[in-house]
Design a protein around this ligand. Structure first.
Ligand code: PLP
Ligand code: COI
Length: 340
């Protein structure tokens, strides 16, 4: 198979249409059999539930070329499961998990020419989503839905790749107690747009959200979970009912314990503690692990000892082990790698 003529090493985290995407429609209480299509345009009613009341949930995962030339995806079963949980919270009919994996397999196979080569630093980002597609004017769930899965080759989420970023403590809240912070719904991202643009206008790369009830605990950013390293090399990561349960974070906890022999604490993290940490990183599918060099709280700077030029040593080990597993350089735990 001949690869597309793309400058793989200089890709941004941006959309480009690829050859095929998967579509399945839900009507009369059932999903149809689903098919690949070349049509990158969605055709829906002007009053569709997704357009009026944001009834939509999504996922994000990546396909990689391994060192020995296979195409793989990383733990797609966990994305299937999280999409189901997200859907149930918004009264969206779940898409069956085995069919989710089949759609991933079909879309990646059909777009194999777009999977970046091993060593390019790029990957193929997959975006599965479900949305209410029929007309709804009263506030109620739609009766018809579309599941769609497209893919696009991407480079690093933060410009500069693995260069440490600067974030600020955000005065806007991301999620309310008992709200929707733990699911991957478009609405959580729509309401973060003003906050992220405001952060950019003030010269910051990202927002650190605190818990909205007390504003004393670290939650997450708009698109990634936090991981901290203590001065005695313990990995600490916030536990909260109002953050997205990151698959990358769950994987890194395992990697830290089982591959690197590190102690891991998944617990509430007070903002007050952050000044004493040695390293800080953002983890997620898009972010992989992006090091944070500086955190600014209303003008007060916390400069992580790992500095602004490189990842801290523990973050780097975690990064190398995780990407090694994803790209086939390091033996993966059972069930983590789905070969296409
Ligand atoms: N938190 C938020 C708000 C996200 O959007 C994402 C991205 O998916 C993550 C965390 C990281 O989750 P994952 O590692 O499953 O990609
Ligand atoms: C991901 O990491 O897959 C995300 O969805 C984060 C962001 C691009 C929304």
């Amino acid at each position: 198979m001949e690869k597309k003529n793309i400058d793989w090493s200089n890709l941004d985290f941006a959309y480009m249409p690829t050859d095929k995407r998967y579509v399945s429609n839900y009507k009369d209480s059932a999903w149809d059999e689903g098919t690949l299509t070349e049509d990158s345009t969605v055709h829906i009613n002007e009053c569709a539930g997704v357009l009026q009341y944001a009834q939509t949930v999504f996922e994000g995962l990546k396909a990689y070329t391994t060192e020995d030339g296979h195409i793989v995806t990383f733990r797609p079963d966990l994305n299937a499961e999280r999409l189901e949980n997200s859907a149930l919270r918004l009264e969206i009919p779940p898409f069956p998990k085995d069919r989710f994996i089949d759609a991933v397999t079909q879309v990646v196979s059909a777009n194999a020419a777009y999977v970046p080569p091993y060593g390019s630093g790029a990957s193929l980002y997959l975006r599965p989503y479900i949305f209410g597609s029929n007309a709804v004017i009263g506030v109620k769930p739609a009766d018809e839905y579309q599941f769609r899965l497209f893919c696009t080759p991407v480079g690093p989420y933060f410009k500069g790749g693995v260069k440490p970023i600067t974030i600020r403590v955000c005065d806007f809240d991301r999620a309310a107690p008992h709200g929707t912070g733990h699911i991957k719904a478009g609405l959580n991202y729509a309401m973060s747009l003003y906050a992220i643009m405001d952060a950019h206008r003030q010269g910051f790369d990202e927002n650190m959200y605190l818990d909205s009830a007390t504003r004393t605990k670290v939650e997450e950013t708009g698109g990634a979970n936090f991981l901290f390293v203590t001065k005695d090399n313990k990995v600490v990561t916030p536990k909260s009912d109002t953050i997205l349960p990151s698959i990358t974070r769950r994987s890194l906890i395992y990697v830290a314990k089982e591959y690197l022999g590190l102690e891991v604490e998944e617990r509430e993290v007070l903002f007050e503690e952050v000044k004493d940490f040695a390293e800080c990183g953002l983890c997620g599918t898009a972010a992989v692990i992006s090091p944070v060099g500086k955190i600014v709280d209303h003008g007060k700077e916390i400069c992580l000892p790992s500095g602004m030029s490189e990842m801290g040593p523990v973050t780097k080990k975690l990064y190398e082990t995780l990407t090694g597993i994803q790209q086939g350089r390091i033996q993966a735990p059972e069930g983590w790698i789905h070969v296409i």
